[in-house]
Design a protein around this ligand. Sequence first.
Ligand code: NAD
Ligand code: ZN
Length: 248
Amino acid sequence: MPAELEAFAELIENSRSIVIFTGAGISTESGIPDFRSPGGLWEKNRPIEFSEFLQSEEARRESWRRKFAMEPVLSKAKPNKGHMAISSLYERGKIGAVITQNIDGLHQASGIRDEDVIEVHGNTTYAKCLDCGTRMEHTQVQEIFSNDETLPSCGDCGGIVKTATISFGQAMPVEEMRRASAAAMTCDLMLAIGSSLVVYPAADIPLMAKQGGAQLVILNREPTPLDDYADLVLNREIGETLAAVTKR
Ligand code: NAD
Ligand code: ZN
């Protein structure tokens, strides 16, 4: 095994409480495109900012069109080698929490208990009223929307309904961010996996771990702006790397 992978395995072995921080890169091997890689979602569609979603009915329609176009990909996606390597460490009691920017639910599907996955950018499996928080199922939204692209509205208060994900410009979920910070500050090893680490405030989380005295490993195909803070940087493919290291 290459020396840097040996070093990675040793850091894992010697730590008592690992916190994982994942981005879209861990799910590309499950067939879900990330934002910033060539061919990623960003090249196809500029993200719709939260303010546009609020202000423009056309932006809301476009956002539902994209949501329902992604649905077949998301519903078919299964956890890959990377997710499974993390869940095997979790089963061995090494992992305190998995903080994820992903909205695809694949960590939960890999066997991490719901209460140990902290979703800082929300979840794409249901929708919510932006005013009163009432939950609405996507099947119901799709039924309404398939009728001439009629926009859904809240049955309780008439408010705007949006998927339960966090858009650019939208406030972060307070409770999740509090839990994520607490987990980051108290771990002894933080693994940042498959994130370009440019989306804030989520990208602060690995830094909080450093400030709390933890060691930081960054595993990502390409360099990130936080590489200088890391104790170990691995520019490698996620699935095979995590599988090799957890086996070792
Ligand atoms: P990003 O697209 O900015 O960065 C992904 C990083 O992963 C890139 O640097 C890329 O080089 C790397 N990568 C991709 N596949 C890899 C692989 N197999 N091995 C190693 N590295 C790999 O993603 P981000 O940092 O998560 O930020 C984008 C935002 O988009 C997040 O907020 C997230 O909520 C959202 N998003 C989520 C999903 C999802 O739920 N699966 C998918 C796309 C975007
Ligand atoms: Zn409402």
